[in-house]
Design a protein around this ligand. Structure first.
Ligand code: SF4
Ligand code: FES
Length: 353
């Protein structure tokens, strides 16, 4: 099995594995962020550039470094490759630049956005965003488009990651929306004001990394950090029926897929991806409709875990560059700082309740 070293941590992976997936195998701070790549959606990745990394050694056979930063989500590893993510000043500077570009047209409306608290762009902005903007030109605006009674589209928040179009392509048999126009006029739209109504279309909401697609049945009802997530299931003929229900007291406020540590929908033990149907998502908000299994374990960085401790289960020694301790937010700094040791949580999970 080929070996790759990322930020000083060496891991063996299957041939053909991408750098991002090799880093996910290690876990913790060495994993580059991803806004457009989604391992459960074929063809995704290569659009947002937040996952770029420095390849300081190409491979054992050809040790030359790569002259430019590479997208870790679509670059396969080679035996002996050495990669720098958090330990590369170039990568840190580049990521700040990419976030600045992403925020040029993205409104800072987190206080009223339903995605706040679980938005990848919000997290990225806390980690790499500048406190001021240099942008003075007029920002993009769009005509409002109604894409149906269940999903709300806010085009100004869209970062054109294409994930929702892959969901429509790969989970439904009649995609009615896509990205139309080019350059700064590019936008998500439906063909001739169609509505997105396929029974699996709600999964677009879960893959959207920002608040561009939100659940109309949950809109403005509660901030996510006031809700408690529970694993729940019901007998469903259209999907696995395995979901996370988000409750306030005895009331179910919303239903979503179960997400893993990479913010992606979970797969079952046979590798089948557990997307959920619109019926489970939008039409079953009564507690009696569900068998509640117990509190959902949320991934460590989730806003649901604020003020809670994470269990450290593995420790890997690396040649610590001070940047590894300064590249992320204060909370994560405390977790990773341990003299010259760098803690890599095996399972980055803590109880969401
Ligand atoms: S609406 Fe969301 S999922 Fe679709 S392209 Fe825009 S950001 Fe990506
Ligand atoms: S996650 Fe790699 S380019 Fe977007």
């Amino acid at each position: 099995m080929p070996k790759v070293t990322i930020d000083g941590v060496t891991v063996e992976v299957e041939p053909g594995t991408t750098i991002l997936n090799a880093a996910r195998k290690i876990g913790g701070e060495v994993v580059p962020p991803a806004m457009c790549y989604y391992s459960k959606l074929k063809g995704s990745g290569g659009k947002c550039r937040v996952c770029l990394v420095e390849i300081s050694k190409g491979s054992d056979a050809n040790p030359n470094p790569m002259p430019k930063l590479q997208a870790s989500c679509c670059t396969p590893i080679a035996d002996g490759m050495e990669v720098k993510n958090m330990t590369s000043p170039k990568v840190q500077d580049m990521r700040k630049g990419v976030v600045e570009f992403l925020l040029i047209n993205h409104p800072l409306d987190c206080p009223i956005c339903d995605q706040a608290g679980e938005c990848d762009l919000q997290n990225l902005t806390y980690d790499y965003g500048a406190s001021t903007t240099r942008y003075q030109e007029e920002r993009r605006t769009f005509d409002k488009i109604d894409i149906g009674d269940k999903i709300q589209l806010h085009m100004t928040r869209c970062i054109l990651c294409y994930r929702c179009t892959y969901v429509a392509d790969q989970l439904t048999d009649n995609r009615v929306h896509g990205i139309v126009n080019r350059g700064d006029a590019a936008e998500i739209s439906t063909y001739i004001q169609n509505v997105v109504s396929n029974e699996m279309s709600g999964n677009m909401i879960d893959v959207c990394p920002v608040g561009a697609l939100t659940d109309k049945t949950f809109r403005f009802k509660s901030r996510v950090w006031f809700l408690k997530p529970y694993d729940a299931h019901r007998n469903c003929t259209k999907c696995s029926g395995k979901t996370t229900v988000w409750m306030f007291g005895n009331e179910i406020y919303r239903v979503t897929v179960r997400k893993d540590v990479n913010h992606e929908v979970e797969s079952d033990e046979n590798g089948k991806v557990e997307w959920i149907c619109n019926d489970c998502r939008f039409e079953h908000k009564a507690k009696e409709d569900w068998t509640i299994e117990g509190p959902r374990k949320m991934e460590g960085w989730s806003v649901i875990n604020q003020g809670k401790y994470m269990k450290q289960t593995a420790q890997v020694e690396i040649d610590t560059d001070p940047r590894i301790l300064t590249g992320r937010g204060e909370d994560r700094k405390a977790i990773s700082m341990n003299g010259t040791n760098f803690n890599v949580p095996e399972k980055n999970l803590s109880d969401g309740n």
